[in-house]
Each structure stands twice: as C-alpha cells, then as structure tokens.
Design a protein around this ligand. Structure first.
Ligand code: 5GP
Ligand code: MG
Length: 179
C-alpha cells in the first residue's frame, strides 16, 4: 500500500505537546535516580519517541546505555495477530540493571508484557515501561506502564514513528488518517 502525498491527517498530539510531555517524562525518570540505566526502545514504532526522549533525558543529566529490541505482533496489517515474536534481541546483559522499555503504544499489552517478562527473567533489577500512547483497556494481558505520554482514543494512529504499511513514520506529530 502506498499512501498518497495528499492524504489528510487530523492531528491528535502536536509536536509541541509531545516535546513538552517528553521533558516531563525525562524529569520523572531522572527523579528515580536509576542505577546503570539501560534504555531499550522497542522497534520500530518507538524510534522517534525514543530519540526525543533520550535527548530530554540527557538534558536531565542522565547518561543511559541504549539498546534496541524488535518485536513483532502486527505483520503488515492493522489487526493484532496476538502472537509476539522476537525479531531482534538486546546484545548485552540486563542482570542487576535498571531497564526502561520504551514503546509507542500500549494496546492489548502483549508486546510490553512479553518484553517485560523476558527482561525480568534475565535478572534485571527493575524493568519499567514507558509508552507514548496508552489506548483504553481492556487488555489481553495485564501490564501497567510506569510512564505514559498521553491517553489515546481507540483509533488507528500514525506519525511520530508510527506507520501504516511503513508510511507516515516521518510525521512530527501523531494523527489519524482522514482520507
Ligand atoms: P499491543 O499492546 O497490542 O501488544 O501492541 C501495541 C503495538 O501495536 C504498538 O507498539 C504498535 O506497534 C502497534 N499498534 C497498536 N495500535 C496502533 C495504532 O493505532 N497505530 C499504529 N501505527 N500501530 C499500532
Ligand atoms: Mg510497537
């Protein structure tokens, strides 16, 4: 599917609102005084959020290591398959470390629960979850995020790293495709 350039997108969360929220989240993470912090963005959708959040964390005096995870539960469509698979694993040990998972959206909870359970099983000291957007419950799997950017209505969103068939990731805001 190719998204035409003239596609209209209704803005739900502006670049300015996201930047302000990122600063608040970064300050809240810094206030926890994490030990040997590893920030683990869950690719692909979180890449832009993670990049901005990490710069906000730097401004708060944090100096985390960063490693990427890639998990897949969606395939190319927009309906969750329900099955989470590991596409790319972390390269270093998380044992004894404070880990911050960063994801774009919490919806069914399957993705974050899978990642969190895995890192807890590997001996992380803490595994906290940060999501840009939290969709309404109920969840298929119970998982409570520690940091949430915004509550998101139950619609399919794009932008700020989030795609529809690999398009729209470049948008500096989060929106809904109108036509
Ligand atoms: P879940 O919490 O259901 O395991 O999965 C959440 C993941 O599904 C997100 O990280 C994201 O990759 C994808 N997802 C869920 N809702 C949306 C949406 O509205 N738009 C986009 N682009 N991806 C979504
Ligand atoms: Mg995701």
């Amino acid at each position: 599917m190719v998204i035409p350039a003239e596609t209209r997108i209704r803005v739900l969360f502006s670049a300015e609102d996201i930047a302000a929220r990122n600063r608040e989240i970064a300050a809240a993470v810094a206030a926890l005084q994490p030990v040997n912090l590893l920030v683990a963005p869950v690719l692909k959708g979180s890449f832009m959020f993670a990049a901005d959040l990490l710069r906000a964390m730097h401004a708060e005096g944090l100096a985390p290591q960063v490693e990427f995870l890639q998990l897949s539960s969606y395939g190319a469509g927009t309906a969750s398959s329900g099955q989470v698979t590991m596409v790319r694993d972390l390269e270093s040990s998380v044992a004894g470390r404070d880990v911050l998972l960063v994801d774009d959206i919490l919806e069914s909870g399957r993705t974050l629960a899978y990642a969190k359970d895995l890192l807890v099983a590997r001996g992380a000291r803490t595994v906290r979850c940060c999501v840009l957007l939290e969709k309404p419950a109920p969840r298929a799997v119970s998982v409570t995020p520690d940091f949430v950017g915004f509550s998101c209505p139950d619609v399919f969103v794009v932008g700020y790293g989030m795609d529809v068939a690999h398009s729209c990731r470049e948008l500096p805001y989060v929106g809904v495709i109108e036509s």
